[in-house]
Design a binder for this molecule. Sequence first.
Ligand code: NAD
Length: 485
Amino acid sequence: MTHPAQPKASHFINGQYVEDTGGAEIPVIYAATGERIATVHAATPAIVEQALASAKAAQKEWAKMTGTERGRILRRAADIIRDRNHELSVLETYDTGKPLQETLVADATSGADALEYFGGLAASLTGEHIPMGEDWVYTVREPLGVCVGIGAWNYPTQIACWKGAPALACGNAMVFKPSETTPLCALKVAEILVEAGLPAGLYNVIQGMGEVGGALVSDPRVDKVSLTGSVPTGKKVYAAAAADMKHVTMELGGKSPMIVFEDADIDNAVGGAINGNFYSSGQVCSNGTRVFVHKDIKEKFLTRLAERTANAKLGDPMDENVNFGPMVTENQMNIVLGYIEKGKAEGARLVCGGQRADMDGYFIEPTIFADVKDEMVIAREEIFGPVMAVLDFEDEDEVIARANDTEFGLSAGVFTKDLSRAHRVIGALEAGSCFINSYNDAPVEAPFGGVKASGVGRENSKEAIQHYSQVKSVYVRMGDVEAAF
Ligand code: NAD
């Protein structure tokens, strides 16, 4: 019998599901059991062509609609997503292995927030009037044209919506390529957008590995590329986009610092460290994986952290009491286990976890290392799994310098009761998305994105509008034109 997660076809183009079995088979494996639950095919050149041609053909008419009309469709899609939250959350769990307890509140709901927010903003996207004496300049906020979205595997519904919603609100068309690891959820987003009234061709989903992404990025019909992925992929995609001067948004990896000062509320700081390392089993780009704890409270912090981490409940992700799921793939599990072995070999103190869980699926126990030193591999490289590195510090200037000593700059957090110190330290940290006495909140109203190697551009908030539109300025002369000859 066909598994309920099996989509009707691999791709969604021009308002309908499309299949081309000529493309390489991509198995979809449920991470909690290792079982194959669905199969899709990578896009062939003919599929890539169909997707881009339909996006190009549909975009101009979409841009001519009023913002109110465009916004209404996006908001209707948000409502449909909320109505079907349970069904979509189950699919997200099949796609990623993340526990239903999480997906019910963090994935389809976050996608719906983006559609609602940008749907609401669509009608307010206007230009300016700039008086120049009796002349004037007016500006027009125009769409970019055809946008390509390329997703990572950790938040397949959210990423599909975070890119699609602002692109469509601004009058663009989108071709979205999900990660080959999690190809299912974006198809549902496309289907729901069409059900909400989106004209055909404006939001197409095609499957494939990096090659398909590469074919999209280098196509001359594409005006903008938004990637969520790793830094090495980001560098390749950015370079390919630069060849034609395409716009880019790059949401890449991180190794973010979370700093806990001696006056912090210990339980809140522990909660922040748990959210910033173990949510989605640590597969979150903005995670605060270098937890700098002031030496005076280090042992107290570690004791409380270990006590609370013992409450992680691993198991069937569809059981809503389970709060900790598997790694997305066997390969990712092995990468993370490799880092854990490096941590042990480099002499970090294992506080808890440190191995594969004794159960089916790709589960790793939530792992905490203490006495981690800045130069250790587990303190320098993005692990993308449930591995927390706790480092000691003594003074503010020292910890700021150490926190900034990384190529990454996605997020940063500070826990302290001292208001001036909180703002001073956050001001000095090189990161795009920061937190004071909290960690990993990502509401659609707030800009999200990194500095340094962690990316360029911002998703969410009004900032995202800048990255999916451009400004035309028009000088209007009322009098005669003066010329030298
Ligand atoms: P990845 O870089 O391996 O792949 C990301 C996407 O890029 C996939 O869809 C892949 O098929 C595609 N791709 C690969 N090579 C390509 C190429 N040459 N041209 C075009 N597309 C190409 O990343 P991943 O393993 O799927 O995801 C994990 C990474 O994503 C981590 O580094 C994580 O930090 C990052 N991430 C960042 C954010 C953020 O918002 N900053 C969010 C989630 C994940």
